[in-house]
Design a protein around this ligand. Structure first.
Ligand code: CTP
Length: 420
C-alpha cells in the first residue's frame, strides 16, 4: 500500500541507528532534522543501544525510540513504520545492516522496516576502511544501489582506532541536508540557524600573480576549506560572499545564499574583500594569498628566444591588515595560518600581529591536513588567549567549529550593544 501523503503534515522520517561508534553522530542528524521541521521516528538496533542511550533519542526525536519487533501497543510495528514513512535513513549503517538489507533479512525492527517500506531509503555506511573496502560489503552496496537505494558514502578521516582512512560516517549536516533534498524540502535549508540575517565574507584559494599573460606564480591551496566555510555559513542562514581565486562550485541547494566573486591576484582579492567587508558582520580570510609577486609582469608572452627571464619579486598587499584597518565596530575578523613547526607559538604571534579575533591554525606537515585534502585538523585561537582543538575531521566540520566560535562572539557583542 502506498502511504497517503498529506502535504500539510510534516514529512515523516524513520531514522535507523545501528551499533557502531558513529551512532553518537546520529543524535546530531536527529536534532538537525527536527529543527528543519521533520517528524523523526527513531529506530535503534539492540547493538546501537550499547553505544547511545535510548533516552537521548527519545528526548530529541519526535517520538520515543523503538527497538523491538514485538511491541505490546502495536502488533506489527515494522509495517506501520514502513508504510507511514516518507523516507527511511540509516545512519550509521554497519556492514551487518547492509548485508541483512541486501539479503532480504527481516529479523529485527530496522531490517523489517526497510523491507516493509516503499519510501526512498538513504543508507549512510560507517565502518573501518578494511571492512568498507571488502568485496562482500561493496557487493551488498552495489545490490542496494541497483535496487534504487540512495547511498551517502563515508568520508576519509580519523577512524575509531585512531588511524586515518575511508569509512568515517558522512558529516551529520551533510546527511540531514541529503534527507531534506530527497524529501524535496531544500527550501528549508538555510532558513534557520544561528547566522540568519548575518552577512559573511569568506576568501578562498591561492592567488595567481602574473609573470606574463600566460604564466603566474601560485601555491597549493585548493580553496576547499574556504568553500566549506562559505557553505557552513549559508547553511546556518548567513548571506555569504565568497571571494575566490580557485574555481569553486557551491552546492546547488546553497547557491542562492552565496555570491561568488572570482579573482586572480592578491590586488584583485584585496579590492573585492574590502568592498564586500564594508557591509559584513563577519570576515574570514581563508585564502592562501601569495606573499610575493613579480614586480613588473611582462606585457607579452615571454619566449625562450628572449633568454631566461630574471623575475624580480615584490611583496603583495597584506589584505588582513587592510581589512583590520577598515574594520567596523563589532565586525568579527578571522584569519588562517598554515604552519609546519612551532604551530601554536607562530599562531599566537600571528593573531596579535594581524589583529584578528580568531586565528585558525593548522600544521600542514601532518598527514591529511590542509592543502588539497578533504580533511583538516586545526586549533582555533582567540584573542582572549583560549584555544579550541579540532582533531582531524572533514573541512565541513572544521568550518562548523569556526562558525560556532564566530556565532558566540556575535551574540556576546549583541549582548554588550543595546539594540535600538
Ligand atoms: N594574508 C593576507 N594577505 C597576505 C598574506 C596573508 O591577508 N598578503 C592572510 C591569509 O589569508 C591568512 C593570514 O593572513 O588569513 C595569515 O597568512 P600567512 O601567509 O600565514 O601570513 P603571513 O603574513 O604571510 O605570515 P608569514 O609569511 O610570516 O608566515
Amino acid at each position: 500500500m502506498e502511504p497517503v501523503r498529506d502535504s500539510l503534515r510534516p514529512p515523516r522520517v524513520v531514522l535507523g541507528v545501528c551499533g557502531g561508534i558513529a551512532a553518537y553522530k546520529a543524535v546530531d542528524v536527529c536534532r538537525r532534522l527536527v529543527d528543519a521541521g521533520v517528524h523523526v521516528v527513531p529506530v535503534m538496533t539492540v547493538e546501537a543501544t550499547r553505544f547511545v542511550g535510548e533516552v537521548t533519542f527519545s528526548a530529541l526525536a519526535s517520538e520515543p525510540v523503538q527497538t523491538s519487533l514485538f511491541d505490546e501497543s502495536s502488533p506489527i510495528p515494522h509495517t506501520v513504520l514502513g508504510q507511514t514513512a516518507d523516507l527511511v535513513v540509516v545512519a550509521p549503517a554497519t556492514a551487518q545492516l547492509l548485508a541483512r538489507y541486501a539479503g532480504g533479512f527481516s529479523d529485527d525492527l530496522l531490517s523489517a522496516t526497510l523491507l516493509a517500506t516503499r519510501a526512498p531509503v538513504l543508507v549512510c555506511p560507517a565502518m573501518h576502511t578494511e571492512m568498507w573496502e571488502h568485496p562482500a560489503v561493496q557487493e551488498n552496496l552495489a545490490t542496494l544501489l541497483r535496487r534504487g537505494v540512495h547511498v551517502l558514502e563515508p568520508e576519509e578521516g580519523r577512524l575509531a582506532g585512531g588511524d586515518v582512512g575511508a569509512g568515517r560516517l558522512a558529516d551529520p549536516a551533510t546527511i540531514a541536508q541529503r534527507v531534506l533534498e530527497l524529501l524535496g524540502r531544500d527550501e528549508v535549508v538555510g532558513t534557520q540557524g544561528d547566522l540568519v540575517g548575518v552577512r559573511v565574507v569568506v576568501s578562498a584559494g591561492g592567488t595567481r600573480e602574473p609573470i606574463d599573460p600566460v604564466r603566474f606564480l601560485t601555491n597549493r591551496s585548493s580553496g576547499k576549506q574556504g568553500l566549506a566555510l562559505a557553505e557552513s555559513a549559508a547553511r546556518r542562514g548567513a548571506e555569504v560572499t565568497l571571494v575566490t581565486a580557485a574555481p569553486l562550485v557551491v552546492r546547488p541547494e546553497l547557491a542562492a545564499r552565496v555570491t561568488v566573486v572570482g579573482v586572480e591576484s592578491a590586488s584583485d582579492m584585496e579590492r573585492a574583500m574590502l568592498a564586500a567587508a564594508a557591509g559584513a558582520q563577519v570576515v574570514v580570510m581563508a585564502a592562501a594569498v601569495a606573499d610575493f609577486r613579480p614586480k613588473a609582469p611582462a606585457e607579452h608572452k615571454l619566449a625562450k628566444g628572449d633568454g631566461v627571464p630574471e623575475i624580480v619579486l615584490e611583496p603583495t598587499p597584506d589584505i588582513l591588515a587592510a581589512l583590520s584597518n577598515a574594520r567596523r565596530p563589532g565586525q568579527v575578523l578571522v584569519g588562517f595560518a598554515a604552519e609546519t613547526h612551532d604551530v601554536l607559538a607562530h599562531g599566537r604571534a600571528k593573531l596579535e600581529r594581524k589583529r584578528v579575533d580568531l586565528l585558525v591554525v593548522n600544521d600542514v606537515s601532518q598527514p591529511g591536513v590542509g592543502f588539497d585534502h578533504d580533511t583538516n585538523a586545526v586549533v582555533i585561537l582567540d584573542d582572549a588567549g583560549s584555544s579550541f582543538d579540532i582533531p582531524l575531521t572533514t573541512k565541513s566540520a572544521v568550518a562548523d567549529a569556526v562558525f560556532d566560535r564566530v556565532s558566540a562572539r556575535l551574540s556576546a557583542h549583541e549582548r554588550k550593544t543595546p539594540q535600538p
